[in-house]
Ligand binder design. Structure first.
Ligand code: UDP
Length: 254
């Protein structure tokens, strides 16, 4: 019965035509990739958790008046979203040094940054998503200066909200990546938050133990990725204990 028209398939998600014009279905797969696809594994239950975590965050952001593409979750792996024109830029917001920033600038992982730093990467798999500046973005017309201002303002608001949300449950938001899109409503165009926000595109460290509760568990072969994502969902109050079974495979009933 899966005769929907596939619009796009990425590494971790598929987009299908939605039930009404201007909508899409965003489907979360269990695929995990790193190193621009060089490393690939199927991790049972990851898609279900990311769908729930991203739904939770986008619903809260919508409630705060931060515009997003999210409409509602439709099932365990899928959500209904508004169709937007994706801006081909990955926006990374950093609060603490980690990952590529440490390599680039020789910083010790975990160093608190003097202030939050926004970086831009051009979305191009063949080029390995190179880092670009505002100059590149406006010169090549990927976004105009007004749109870039809107994107940065959105990024700061999302960072403020997420930092507090996670701090409240004993998790430090080290950094994260967002994507934005143009939403056309009649003659009006607005920049809205698109894609997903989940442990796949955030670095989340337990405040007490410093344990990593994000995709670095996969990137660094630490194991326990689904357990870590489930821990994030539970702390946010999304998953209650009884629901754990839904995110794992068949279980023996005692
Ligand atoms: N990130 C992402 N997708 C990418 C690259 C990075 O979601 O293609 C996220 C990553 O999870 C981290 C943040 O952006 O939370 C910063 O990543 P970084 O530039 O340090 O890259 P990495 O070390 O992952 O290569």
């Amino acid at each position: 019965m899966n005769r929907r028209r596939k619009i796009y398939e990425g590494k971790a998600k598929v987009l299908y035509e939605g039930p009404e014009p201007g909508t899409l279905i965003q489907h979360f797969k269990d695929d995990a990739t790193a190193g621009n696809g060089a490393k690939h594994e199927i991790i049972d239950g990851k898609g279900v958790l990311n769908n729930r975590i991203s739904e939770f965050i986008f619903t809260k952001l919508n409630g705060l008046g931060i515009p997003t593409h999210f409409l509602r979750r439709v099932n365990m792996r899928e959500q209904l979203i508004r169709e937007v024109e994706i801006i081909p830029i990955e926006v990374v917001i950093r609060n603490v040094a980690a990952g590529s920033l440490c390599k680039r600038l020789g910083l010790e992982p975990g160093t608190q940054l003097p202030r939050s730093i926004i970086e831009f990467y051009y979305k191009d798999d063949a080029l390995g998503d190179p880092m670009v500046s505002e100059e590149h973005i406006t010169a090549f017309g990927w976004a105009n200066p007004q749109e870039l201002d809107d994107i940065m303002a959105l990024a700061v608001r999302v960072n403020d909200f997420l930092t507090g949300l996670f701090m409240g449950v004993g998790i430090q938001l080290v950094d994260f990546k967002i994507e934005c899109g143009r939403l056309y409503e009649g003659d009006l165009m607005r920049i809205v938050l698109a894609d997903e926000i989940s442990p796949d595109n955030c670095r989340l460290w337990d405040v007490k133990t410093r344990n990593k509760l994000d995709k670095d568990r996969f990137r660094e072969d630490l194991g326990g990725l689904v357990d870590a994502y489930r821990e994030v969902a539970q702390r946010l109050g999304i998953l209650v204990e009884a629901e754990n079974a839904l995110t794992t495979g068949p279980r023996l009933v005692q």
